[in-house]
Write a protein that binds this ligand. Structure first.
Ligand code: ADP
Ligand code: MG
Length: 380
């Protein structure tokens, strides 16, 4: 059955009526700009065609009824009992309604039925996709006039406070603000955004997204450690955040140890690469972007030390089989890589990585070709 049809039939079973609408929000990949967001820096994600879809409508009782169609699970709670403390998938949905109510918006009893084809826990932000789809549904259903970036910030707060995941604004901003055929350059200090034209097909390119299926062990500790090192370095350098470092060599000379120097070099050079990518894309020079991806990967591998053997092998194999540029995308320690290739090459490169993984006993990867897609909206 078509996913939207399945969603509507589940909705009818639960609510005994048709939904009032269907809304969606996509997952994303980060083209470049990794671990720069919490340094007040720059990121450049684009939205995927993979998306979460939510059918929603008002209820006549006092309940919030949430159903995850992919898990065949239903969670019901009285609207008055929306406070944090919930675990599992329902926290992402309830969290968005909770944060809206905290902000004083009029939230009413509703049925929300969810499905998504964004792979879970692969670093493509399935969590932001479901939050932002619920945000789109809630804003229309309850008549809330909330600007796109504010929606992203509220959805981020739901994930930070209600779910308890200390993530930056990248995922929700991408899921809400991206436009088809474009990347989204985001200044994580000012929240200013710029649409970046990415006419991949028009210039003969495609982007492979490959999930290395590597479990993220110790991620939170490592993430916290990187963050703390950046904050210490900024304090030593007397700047508000590493984004404010203008002269890298002078800054490096003032830092006390080699490890900190390498962490800072990654953040500062990654910000520079992300700004360079913006400039090149604005001039239509897409062919000049792939080398920046390679430099970004080397910097994450050697200076920031957030890659793992599966990810490095996937990147090396992609490059050996014709990719023009490749890098890990997302927070690191596993997850996905992206490989920038000529049109028609992604499948061949994905297969080459599968073979390379098989040879060394890594789990079989999965992959698809990414097309920059639209951010959240209404389907019907
Ligand atoms: P990522 O955002 O990288 O995919 P997260 O750990 O942040 O990984 O979010 C994954 C979580 O989001 C899942 O554990 C689940 O709770 C929730 N989730 C994502 N997609 C769905 C879905 N289709 N149905 C139910 N819950 C989902
Ligand atoms: Mg997530």
């Amino acid at each position: 059955m078509d996913p939207a049809e399945k969603l509507v039939s589940r909705y009818r079973e639960l609510a005994c009526s048709a939904p009032e609408g269907i809304w969606f929000a996509p997952g994303r990949v980060n083209l470049i700009g990794e671990h720069t967001d919490y340094n007040d820096g720059f990121v450049l994600p684009f939205a995927l065609e993979r998306r979460a879809v939510v059918a929603a409508g008002h209820r006549h009782d006092d309940l919030i009824v949430m159903h995850a169609a992919d898990l065949s699970e239903t969670v019901e709670l009285p609207l008055s009992d929306l406070s944090p403390g919930r675990e599992g998938w329902a926290a992402y949905l309830a969290g968005v309604l909770w944060v809206l109510r905290e902000e004083g918006y009029p939230i009413a009893p509703a049925t929300l039925v969810l499905t998504s084809n964004v792979p879970l826990g692969a670093g493509l932000s399935s969590s932001a996709a479901i939050e932002c789809a619920v945000m789109a549904a809630a804003c229309d259903l309850f008549g809330l006039d909330i600007a796109p970036m504010e929606r992203a910030r509220l959805a981020q707060r739901a994930e930070n406070v209600y779910v308890g995941a200390p993530t930056g604004i990248l995922d929700q901003a991408a899921s809400i603000l991206c436009h088809a055929g474009h990347g989204l350059f985001l200044d994580c200090r000012t929240f200013e955004t710029t649409d970046v034209p990415l006419p991949l097909r028009g210039q003969g390119f495609e982007i492979l997204v490959l999930d290395t299926r590597t479990p993220h062990s110790h991620v939170e500790g490592e993430y916290g450690e990187r963050r703390a090192t950046c904050e210490r370095a900024a304090a030593i350098l007397g700047v508000r955040a590493l984004r404010d470092v203008t002269d890298l060599d002078t800054a490096l000379a003032r830092l006390p140890d080699e490890l900190m120097r390498r962490r800072v070099r990654h953040v500062v050079s990654e910000n520079d690469r992300t700004c360079a990518a913006l400039k090149l894309a604005r001039k239509g020079r897409l062919a000049d972007l792939p080398p920046l991806l390679n430099e970004s990967h080397a910097s994450m591998r050697d200076d920031y030390e957030i890659t793992v053997p599966t990810v490095d092998l996937a990147v090396e194999t992609a490059l050996a089989h014709g990719a023009l540029g490749a890098r890990m995308t997302g927070g690191g320690f596993g997850g996905c890589i992206i490989a920038w290739c000529f049109s028609g090459q992604a499948e061949h490169i994905g297969s080459a990585i599968r073979e390379a993984f098989e040879k060394v006993g890594f789990q079989e990867p999965s992959w698809f070709t990414a097309v920059p897609a639209d951010g959240a909206g209404r389907l019907s």
